[in-house]
Design a binder for this molecule. Structure first.
Ligand code: SF4
Ligand code: SF4
Length: 446
């Protein structure tokens, strides 16, 4: 089998194709910093640089990137050790340039949490980037709960961030609308990383896992888009964006890992498979295929069905023996299309809202009401979303406009951080039921 087993690490557990086993995104970014558009833009500010000055500037950029990656885990660790968490800036903003999605994947949160079909306004976005630059935020991801390519101005969004000093800009995409024209434009805009989500190694499974809302989503079209992107990037001689593809392992896809790797290993830098059930679900939700072996372990270890588990992609079972503080509170902030700020990527419905950075966000109740109506009326594009419900609000901040800086350092987020450091995650509604595996202490039992 062309699979390399990964160690259990904080943050992720996945299988990788052997071909992309040695691909190291951080090393790639540092080694190729000269080709990063943000660096090139900085160079333009100087009339002439001699060799030494050029090297110095390049080293400065490489160091900034290295520091950012190191801080990703070091900042939370330092905060936990010292109890002092007001000395860090966010390292990433996840900006929802589009909350609409053209697919209705059965495993997606959109299936059960109403998510508006909207795109972000460019002028509002520019304000976010201007604050992020002032705040020295090194990276942004231009999507959260939707498909970013459905924002027709996405390339302008990317370009604005790169020209203004954001070191790393990434997107996750389902690639359904990744035409050749858009591929060209994304590369020219200076995108640093594109991550494709593609479930299945065959047409049958892919089309079952990734059904479309408005017109049929065809395996061969999306496959062609991803391959074309590779050839266009190659033709342009472009180093960026880094390309990565990931498949979620479910009962439908688990027998197609090899096919998946075969499909993409020649066209994408990094090909990975992630275990769907890695997120701390209850033992009763263990997939049937693993059930017998796991049942024996449950009995042997005298575990209740409510015990949270984490099933690694290689089949090893871990059970939860406690909770631990969440790193995300010290790493990033999520911004919805309309300017609500949420604390982490697991708060799909922005249920624990931290604050508002645009007045449009005050209209959310009306937007959701209209969505509900579309579902009840079984409008085209909503047929597959009939189980989606309005998210319960766990926190309602005062209705005033503030900014990212004040939210990051604000009372509400600091209160949550403190509760996390006391390992009292159950006191926060959204965290109590969170299935993010990195917020549990795990014990391997096989
Ligand atoms: S493409 Fe992504 S956001 Fe859209 S429905 Fe599928 S999993 Fe959800
Ligand atoms: S524990 Fe879960 S819900 Fe709470 S901040 Fe972390 S990821 Fe978000």
């Amino acid at each position: 089998m062309r699979i390399s087993k990964q160690n259990l690490v904080e943050g992720s557990s996945f299988l990788r194709s052997k071909k992309s086993k040695n691909f190291d995104r951080e090393k790639f970014m540092i080694d190729n910093m000269e080709h990063n558009l943000t660096f090139k833009e900085e160079l333009k500010k100087f009339k002439e640089l001699d060799k030494d000055q050029y090297s110095l500037l390049l080293r400065k950029f490489k160091k900034k990137y290295k520091d950012y990656r190191l801080s990703w885990f070091e900042n939370p660790k330092k905060a936990f050790e010292t109890g002092n968490f007001d000395q860090f800036n966010p390292l990433c903003l996840d900006i929802e340039t589009a909350s609409i999605c053209d697919l209705a994947c059965p495993h997606c949160f959109r299936e059960y949490i109403l998510t508006p079909d909207k795109i972000m306004d460019f002028d509002f976005y520019k304000k976010i980037i201007d604050t992020a630059v002032k705040f020295d935020v090194p990276s942004i991801k231009l999507n959260w709960r939707g498909e970013p390519l459905l924002n027709p101005k996405l390339e302008e969004f990317i370009s604005y961030a790169k020209k203004n000093g954001i070191l790393e800009v990434s997107i996750n995409t389902n690639a359904t609308t990744l035409t050749e024209k858009r591929a060209e434009r994304l590369i020219d805009a200076g995108l640093d990383q594109i991550i494709y989500s593609f479930d299945g190694g065959t047409k049958k499974t892919y089309e079952k896992m990734r059904p479309a809302r408005f017109k049929k989503n065809k395996f061969e079209d999306v496959y062609k888009n991803i391959k074309n992107f590779h050839f266009i990037k190659q033709k342009k001689g472009s180093f960026f964006p880094i390309t990565k593809i990931q498949m979620v392992l479910t009962k439908d896809t688990r027998d197609e890992i090899e096919d998946f790797f075969d499909l993409f290993s020649n066209y994408v830098d990094d090909v990975t498979v992630t275990q769907y059930t890695e997120r701390g679900g209850n033992l009763e939700k263990i997939p049937k295929k693993e059930k017998n072996k796991i049942d024996e372990l449950i009995k042997k270890n005298d575990l209740s069905n409510n015990t949270n588990f984490f099933l690694e992609a290689n089949g090893d079972l871990n059970v939860s023996v406690g909770r631990k503080p969440c790193y995300q509170l010290f790493q990033r902030l999520m911004i919805t299309f309309d300017g609500r700020v949420a604390m982490c990527c697991h708060d799909w419905g922005a249920q624990h809202c931290l604050g508002f950075i645009d007045k449009k966000s005050f209209d959310i109740d009306e937007t959701l009401k209209n969505l509900e109506k579309n579902i009840i009326d079984n409008k085209k594009g909503f047929e597959l979303l009939k189980n989606a419900k309005k998210p319960t609000k766990y926190n309602e901040p005062p209705k005033k406009i503030t900014n990212i800086h004040d939210i990051w350092n604000g009372e509400e987020l600091n209160k949550i951080r403190k509760i996390h450091m006391e390992k009292q995650l159950d006191k926060i509604d959204i965290c109590k039921n969170c299935d993010f595996k990195d917020t549990y202490e795990w014990k391997k039992i096989n």
